[in-house]
Every structure is written in structure tokens, then in C-alpha cells.
Design a protein around this ligand. Structure first.
Ligand code: ATP
Ligand code: MG
Length: 560
């Protein structure tokens, strides 16, 4: 496994080069691309690469990109998926305008083209079963065997195909096949199936059809109908290209699209097959397609990844023609660098311990102005409360400090971020020896500085919230869903690589009051902790819930 950071500068532009050439030579005068998802699941980060390529090329060359549902298999397709796909493409920042299409809107035309092939003697109805067709297909080294039904007359084929359409036959009894070449070295050309019987309603065209075209028979022709100039797909379709072109060569299509392939995105610590993602949802291993640990765009969005960071990631990894792996830490780093610029800072205490400032008057409060971003005054500031009782993170105190620990310890001094310098004078423990309170004194002259009254520089700065105004929240500390870089590796069950610690729920966090008013998807940096955003969890209407989007630093570097 290797990462592919080098692809950025070298092969980034092979599709752009092709398009530039085609515009220069006059082959095309504008560019039309499409993003063609099958609505059989939610979109994932791999689809984001394809979306950014297709919509990005259209944008860069002043052309247009269609959103097309490749909806030829009603057995697996649902309206829920159609809706979520549109939502995700929009969220990523792309707009198909009026160019929303469904392959199924062309079913009548595709049917007529199938009839045309029959009339030309280039398609036939076959009665072999699916298993027989597979057995007759041959192998990479041996040619296939012709079906005994291959030489039916045109009239017989016309009659049977019409009856297939009318719903006379049960599923699996007949198929329409292209009559191409059972000895072709390319298995896709060995009389491919063009239509199968499926007595199933369709999410877009309802009960109108009893037969459905195969992906290969629909894709290129739909490209032609929509006037697609550059039909860009992933490398596994390379061996389908001769079939794609065979249809274009043998049908009276209105335009001549061309297929180009690029390498799909493979991301470490992730599975991307829709079948597996669906399994995670159905088996309740995750809470849904939009679980914040899922690599789906709905999950990533709910987790709090900004869409700009996903676009930047797609830009950074580039577009190549060789299969490679991208380390998920590159995506996480894109999220960090985007949020470092855009996320306002806030203070939150995830594992609180009470801190009492004994020389601060009871009932008195003060306010401090806290900058929302240390380098960006234009992002403004907010007022934060200071009172006699505060919450600090229990990690920021050690009774017997280890070497190099510069935070709070008995007798030690720290600066409260945006607040005073305090000195710890003692601890109170419960009967089990658990610390329940820290006692401190503060230096009223230390509002602005980081020096003690006797001139020593304070080494540690810690975050805190005022107990009189803090809000309690549940915080979900997410980590990678898998603990192995390649959970999909051949043979093994990917589920054995699930990370048992992919989420830790901390229920008693104390946040500065302003965070109670934040909206879902508004990202914050919780100082010294990481990036967080409110989770729109409908099942917890009266709880304030935050997701950890990403840690401040890559914790996996040290783990590895
Ligand atoms: P499945 O997981 O069932 O194989 P799929 O991910 O290929 O399905 P489609 O709906 O057919 O799903 O994909 C829509 C488009 O997204 C296709 O053009 C496909 O090539 C592209 N695509 C899918 N996965 C990736 C990926 N990992 N990287 C880049 N592009 C992808
Ligand atoms: Mg696919």
C-alpha cells in the first residue's frame, strides 16, 4: 500500500488536457459531463472525487454537468437514496441547474433501440437461465459457447421481446442479449445481456415496465441522448468501453460521447462499497447512513466536516489513472486546516472537576473579552463569565506531577486562558479518595499578563468555564470506524477490523454558555481539545449534543 501524494502535480491534469485538445481541435465547442450515481445507497467520499471531477471540469471549461440517476435496477433503488444524493451534491457545493435526469426517462427510447438491434439481427431473446449463461460465457482463456437460442428468427425475437415487455413471463425466464461474439477475448462482448425481466415497481417510473435494461445498455445511450461529450468513469469500466462503443456504432444515436477512465479513490481505515455500508446500517453497527463515523457525505456532514475541506481534499489528491491508496490522515488534515481558519474558538471542559477560588468574592462575577480567533480580529470576540467557582478539565491537574507537567498541581501556578493567574492551595477528596474540589487563590492584578506578582513567567495555560453560567452537554468523541488500514483486504471479513473505540460518549461536559445557542453544523475549536459541532440528533430533543469532528493533532501518528 502506498499513498498517492505525488499524483497532485504530475497527472492531475490528464482529463483537462484531453478536453483542452478537444476544444482546440474543434471536436467539441463546449463540455458536457455528468455525475451518474445509481440510487441504491448514500453517496460516499469516493463519489465526492467523481463529483468534484465532473462538476469541476464543467465549471473550469464553462460547460455544464448533469446529475443523472442511473436507475436501471429497481430491486435495489429507493426514493430515499435519490433525495439524499441530491442533498449531498448540493452540500458539496455543486449545482446541476435544470439538468437533472433519470436514465429511466429514456426507457421507451432504449426499448426502441433494442428492437432496432433485433431487426438488424444483432440481438436475440435467450431462454437460458442465469447460471447457464454464466457457464456458457467461457473464461479469460477459453472462448464462450453459443446459446442454442442464438439463431432465432427476427420475427420470433420480436414476438418474444414484446411479450417480455407486456409482462407475460416470470422473472428470470428470458433475457435479451446482444449478438456480438462468443469468442471475443473481451468477455463483455460475449453476447452481453441487454434486458432482463423484473416484475418490480420502479421508484421513478412506477409500474410501467416489466423489463429493465442492463447498466451497459443504458449508460452510453443515455450519454448520447443527453449530449454528454466526456463520459468520465472509474477504471473498472475500462473493459466495458468496447461494448459502450459497440452500442454507439450499431445504433442510430444522436451524438457521440466518449468514455474516459480515472482511478477510484481508495481510503485507508475505510470501507466504501455500498453493499458493506448498507450492511453496517442494517445490522445496527452504526446508527444510520449519516452516522458521523460513516464515510458517506451525509455522515461526514453530520460529523462536521466542512464541504470546502472535502473539495480541497479532492483537489489535493488529483486525478490519475493508476490505482492507489490515500491515507485517511490526509483527509483529516484537510479538515483541520480548513477549520483552523474558519472555526471560532470556544472553551469547553470535557471531564470537569470543580475549582474554587477562595479569595474571589461569593456571588461576584466578572466578564472577560475573549477573541473568537487568535489571528483574525475580524471574527470578533465574545464576553465570558468569571466567578468564584469554575470547571477545569481533570486532565489539567495532577497531584503528583510527572516530569514536564506544566499545568495545575498543589502549590503550582497556571494562567487561566483569557483570565487570571491562579495558585492551587489544596484538594478535597471524597471517601474513595476521588478529587471532588480544587482550591485556589487568584492574583487580581493578573488579568492581562502571564507573569506572577514576583515576576515569574507562568508556563501553563489551561481552559475553564465559569460554573455559574456553564451549560451541560453530551460530547461524542469519534475516532476511526476501523482500526486496520485496509479492512477490505481480500478474504477477511471487514467487520473484524471495526474499531471498538470508534466513539466515546462523555455526558457531563461543561461548555461556555454561548455554545448552547450554536446551530448544527457550526464548527468550533474547543480550545486545546479539537474541533466540534452540534449534532442534530432528533432522538435527544432536550440534550445539547456535540460531535468531535477531528482532534487538534493526528493522534494516530503516536498510536502507530
Ligand atoms: P458500488 O459500491 O455498488 O460499486 P458505486 O460506488 O460504483 O457502486 P455508482 O452509483 O455506480 O456507485 O457510482 C456513481 C459514480 O461514482 C460512478 O461514475 C463511479 O465510477 C463513481 N465512483 C464510485 N466510487 C468511487 C470511488 N471510490 N472513487 C471515485 N469515483 C467513484
Ligand atoms: Mg458502480
Amino acid at each position: 500500500m502506498s499513498t498517492d501524494e505525488t499524483a497532485v502535480s504530475t497527472v492531475n491534469n490528464f482529463l483537462k488536457n484531453i478536453i483542452e485538445e478537444d476544444l482546440k481541435s474543434g471536436k467539441h465547442d463546449s463540455v458536457v459531463t455528468r455525475f451518474p450515481p445509481e440510487p441504491n445507497g448514500y453517496l460516499h467520499i469516493g463519489h465526492a472525487k467523481s463529483i468534484c471531477i465532473n462538476f469541476g471540469l464543467a465549471r473550469d471549461f464553462g460547460g455544464r454537468c448533469h446529475l443523472r440517476f442511473d436507475d436501471t435496477n429497481p430491486a435495489k433503488e429507493e426514493q430515499e437514496y435519490i433525495d439524499s444524493i441530491m442533498e449531498s451534491v448540493k452540500w458539496l457545493g455543486f449545482d446541476w441547474g435544470t439538468h437533472l435526469y433519470y436514465a429511466s426517462d429514456n426507457f421507451e427510447q432504449l426499448y426502441q433501440w433494442a428492437v432496432y438491434l433485433i431487426e438488424q439481427g444483432k440481438a436475440y431473446v435467450d431462454d437460458l437461465t442465469a447460471d447457464q449463461i454464466r457457464a456458457y460465457r467461457g473464461t479469460l482463456t477459453e472462448p464462450g459457447t453459443e446459446s442454442p437460442f442464438r439463431n432465432r428468427t427476427v420475427a420470433e425475437n420480436m414476438d418474444l421481446f414484446a411479450r417480455m415487455r407486456s409482462g407475460e413471463f416470470p422473472d428470470g425466464t428470458h433475457v435479451l442479449r446482444g449478438k456480438i461474439d462468443m469468442a471475443s477475448p473481451n468477455i463483455n462482448l460475449r453476447d452481453p445481456v441487454l434486458y432482463r425481466i423484473l416484475n418490480a415497481p420502479h421508484p421513478h417510473v412506477g409500474d410501467a415496465w416489466k423489463i429493465y435494461p442492463m447498466y451497459d445498455f443504458a449508460h452510453g445511450q443515455t450519454d448520447a441522448i443527453e449530449g454528454i461529450t466526456h463520459s468520465i468513469c472509474t477504471l473498472e469500466f475500462e473493459s466495458h468501453k468496447p461494448l459502450y462503443e459497440w452500442f454507439l456504432d450499431n445504433l442510430p444515436i444522436p451524438a457521440r460521447p466518449r468514455q474516459y477512465e480515472f482511478a477510484r479513490l481508495n481510503l485507508t481505515y475505510t470501507v466504501m462499497s455500498k453493499r458493506k455500508l448498507q450492511e453496517l446500517v442494517q445490522q445496527g453497527i452504526v446508527s444510520g447512513w449519516d452516522d458521523p463515523r460513516m464515510p458517506t457525505l451525509a455522515g461526514i456532514r453530520r460529523r462536521g466536516y466542512p464541504s470546502a475541506s472535502v473539495r480541497n481534499f479532492c483537489e489535493l489528491i488529483g486525478v490519475g489513472r493508476s490505482d492507489s491508496w490515500i491515507d485517511v490522515s490526509i483527509l483529516e488534515e484537510c479538515v483541520r486546516s480548513e477549520l483552523n481558519e474558519t472555526a471560532p474558538r470556544a472553551m469547553a471542559v470535557l471531564r470537569p472537576v470543580k475549582l474554587i477560588i477562595d479569595n474571589f468574592p461569593v456571588g461576584h462575577t466578572e466578564e472577560f473579552q475573549a477573541a473568537n480567533h487568535p489571528q483574525k480580529p475580524e471574527m470578533g470576540s465574545r464576553l465570558i463569565h468569571f466567578s468564584r467557582e469554575l470547571w477545569i478539565d481533570s486532565d489539567d491537574f495532577m497531584e503528583t506531577p510527572s516530569k514536564g507537567f506544566h499545568r495545575l498541581t498543589v502549590g503550582g501556578v497556571v494562567k487561566l486562558r483569557c483570565g487570571y493567574i491562579i495558585t492551587c492551595t489544596g484538594v478535597v477528596k471524597d471517601s474513595d479518595g476521588m478529587i471532588i474540589e480544587l482550591h485556589c487563590t487568584y492574583d487580581p492584578a493578573s488579568r492581562e499578563g502571564i507573569h506572577t506578582a514576583d515576576g515569574r513567567k507562568v508556563k501553563g495555560v489551561i481552559h475553564w468555564v465559569s460554573a455559574d453560567s456553564a451549560v451541560t452537554a453530551e460530547v461524542r468523541l469519534f475516532d476511526r470506524l476501523f482500526s486496520d488500514p485496509n479492512p477490505d483486504r481480500g478474504g477477511a471479513d471487514y467487520k473484524q477490523f471495526l474499531n471498538p473505540n470508534s466513539v466515546e460518549v462523555v455526558t457531563t461536559c461543561k461548555l461556555e454558555a454561548s455554545l448552547a445557542l450554536s446551530a448544527a453544523e457550526t464548527q468550533f475549536q474547543f480550545e486545546r481539545q479539537g474541533y466540534f459541532c452540534q449534532d442534530p440528533d432528533d432522538s435527544r430533543p432536550d440534550a445539547l449534543v456535540f460531535n468531535r469532528i477531528v482532534t487538534l493533532r493526528d493522534a494516530w501518528i503516536t498510536k502507530k
